[in-house]
Design a binder for this molecule. Structure first.
Ligand code: C5P
Length: 415
């Protein structure tokens, strides 16, 4: 007999109520059930009528080795397992694929089938993995529904960006089953982690800024916001109340975080000031150093004469402004420094110049792929002279380590 390696039972003893809604990505849910069970989870499935168009109850029943619940009005289901009981006998309710329709029904508290009734009746955490056509995902109604659900503490996994069943390309693809399992394992780990930052308010900036040239053109940079968003999520996972002031990014809002969207550096500074007081400030945004002096109110025309000259003027330095001594200064201010050479030396000088307590320095020379990529190598440089080097880690791991270091700083009573 070949020696097959035993899977790590990281979901051992966890009870997952999986709600399968009606989108093409529902065809991936039997695999998801298998993967969850491989890791030790007990999975019970509720299938919507729409979901049953894409995957059969029999398939889900076979892979879950349990009854598949479908009908709010079924006498047998209701007598053996009512919707209240169903919703309470799990540790977590997971909606996959979370279609635009079920998200809308959840956001507005509808209870017109077994799935939505369970979702309204549950006292357990709810996690969703959205999957839909890119236009549906980007529609303001869906964005607003997701934002509303996030403020209510619903966890959101994905979506991914890529080619879609409908032939279009963009965000809206279901996160792959194995990644959903990883997200879930991390989510349970975060629930179990000590909430060392409970009661603290963390303010985080993320993403690029867009500085208008005229109403249709702007100056921007290549920041994806991945690192800043991950820091916000990691601080929230440690119990902090997090306000994330974000420039334009193509990322889902992190779970349990209040997101304030802005475009320009001036708006970012105003939003940061409005969010004070805060105990922690992490400036991870790639703020444009300059904006166009006197941006045009109307679209500039190509009128045959020479191209217009853009006169630039300096933007406010948000990090330096919030680092300045004063009653509103956050107890711990952490800046980022993106350098392409002599990373540590430049970052040390930058920390002193900006007046922040710590600086997280990374090498963004094109060969590193840091901008827009998923991995990062950083040096953490502190005012007290101590340093850490974290090499070639996923941005989420850099964020977790930074959040843990911040928690240690507060737990050790430095503030
Ligand atoms: O000066 P430099 O842009 O390299 O500094 C990077 C750090 O300063 C980052 O933490 C960034 O968020 C912050 N910054 C800022 N406002 C600016 C420029 C940079 O908050 N106008």
């Amino acid at each position: 007999m070949p020696n097959t390696p035993k899977p790590v039972l990281s979901l051992a003893g966890r009870r997952v109520l999986l709600i399968v809604a009606g989108g093409i990505a529902a065809y991936k849910t039997p695999d998801l059930v298998r993967r969850l069970r491989e890791r030790g989870a007990a999975v019970r499935v509720v299938l919507t009528d729409g979901g049953a168009q894409f995957v059969t109850p029999l398939t889900l029943q076979a892979v879950s080795e349990d009854t598949v619940y479908r009908d709010l009005w079924s006498l047998t289901d209701e007598s053996s397992m009512g919707h209240i009981q169903l919703s309470r006998q799990a540790d977590v309710v997971l909606v996959v694929p979370a279609t635009a329709n079920i998200l809308a029904r959840m956001a507005h508290g509808l209870a017109d089938d077994l799935a939505t009734t369970v979702l309204l009746a549950t006292d357990k955490p709810v996690l969703v993995a959205p999957a839909m056509n890119v236009r549906m995902y980007e529609h303001p109604a869906t964005r607003a529904n997701l934002a509303l659900l996030a403020t209510r503490g619903v966890g959101i996994f994905g979506p991914d960006e890529g080619p879609m069943a409908c032939g279009e390309y963009g965000p809206g693809r279901l996160v792959e089953p194995l990644s959903i399992v990883d997200h879930l394992i991390n989510w349970f780990a975060a629930q179990d982690a000590p909430r060392h930052l409970a009661g603290r308010h963390a303010l985080v900036t993320s993403g690029p800024t867009h500085e208008p040239i005229d109403p249709v053109r702007y100056i921007a940079n290549r920041s994806s916001g991945k690192q800043g968003h991950a820091v916000a999520a990691a601080l929230a996972a440690l119990g902090a109340r997090v306000t994330l002031v974000s420039g334009p990014v193509r990322l889902p809002d992190p779970t349990g975080v209040k997101v304030v969207p802005v475009e320009t550096a001036a708006q970012m500074l105003d939003a940061c000031r409005a969010a004070l007081p805060a105990d922690i400030f992490v400036a991870a945004a790639a703020v444009a150093d300059w904006r166009v002096d006197g941006a045009a109110d109307q679209k500039m025309k190509k009128d045959g004469s020479r191209p217009p000259a853009l006169r630039l003027t300096e933007n406010p330095d948000i990090l330096a402004t919030l680092s300045a001594p004063g009653p509103q200064r956050p107890a711990l201010v952490v800046g980022f420094a993106a350098e392409t050479n002599d990373v540590v030396a430049y970052a040390r000088a930058k920390r002193a110049r900006k007046g922040c307590d710590w600086i997280v320095a990374n090498d963004v020379s094109p060969a590193t792929g840091t901008f827009g990529g998923d991995r990062n190598s950083v040096h953490v440089i502190r005012a007290d002279g101590t340093e850490d080097a974290w090499t070639d880690l996923p941005k989420a791991e850099v964020a977790s380590r930074l959040a843990a270091a911040i928690a240690t700083h507060f737990v050790n009573g430095k503030n």
